[in-house]
Design a protein around this ligand. Structure first.
Ligand code: ZN
Length: 159
């Protein structure tokens, strides 16, 4: 893969995920956001990973751990298995496989991370719902995404 190629698999980074990483363009679909987040891991665009996580989760992210994980691996390939852009009005699901291998250490064999991720759309912007962060909201409190519904009736269903 040349340096010009986009990590998410298209030919040119400059015509694909780069504009999203630079904030010049927003992801139009959850699948596009997913691809750009994978590319952000490959390009070590850690701010982008943080910014595209649900608003109420960003403070709980371990930014150093994300940066270390991004740097520790070679990001080889992304496969989007399937995307359901309309689980409901504001939620989507994307199933993907990220192929990577560790840059150092004894085991540098190919790893495949297979995940079904969920996304929420708030004010026309897609955000990733991180199932690993500590939500610190009760089911009755306003949702972490900003939509204003109770957590229970909103993103909690997808976490
Ligand atoms: Zn929500």
């Amino acid at each position: 893969m040349s340096n010009l190629a986009c990590p998410c698999g298209s030919e040119l980074y400059s015509e694909c995920c780069q504009a999203l990483h630079l904030g010049q363009k927003k992801a139009e679909t959850a699948a596009q956001l997913m691809r750009s987040r994978y590319s952000a891991f490959a390009k070590q665009e850690i701010d982008y990973i943080v910014k595209t996580t649900a608003l109420g989760q960003q403070h709980a992210l371990d930014v150093k751990a994300i940066a270390d994980w991004s740097k520790a691996n070679q990001w080889l390939k992304l496969e989007v298995v399937q995307a359901q852009e309309k689980l409901d009005k504001n939620h989507a699901q994307v199933e993907f496989k990220a192929h990577y291998s560790a840059l150092d250490g004894a085991d540098q064999s190919l790893q495949i991370h297979h995940e079904v991720s969920h996304f929420v759309k708030f004010e026309n912007t897609w955000y990733f719902l991180d199932p690993t962060t500590d939500q610190q909201v009760t089911m009755k409190q306003p949702c972490i995404c900003g939509l204003g519904k109770k957590f229970k009736q909103c993103c909690a269903q997808y976490l």
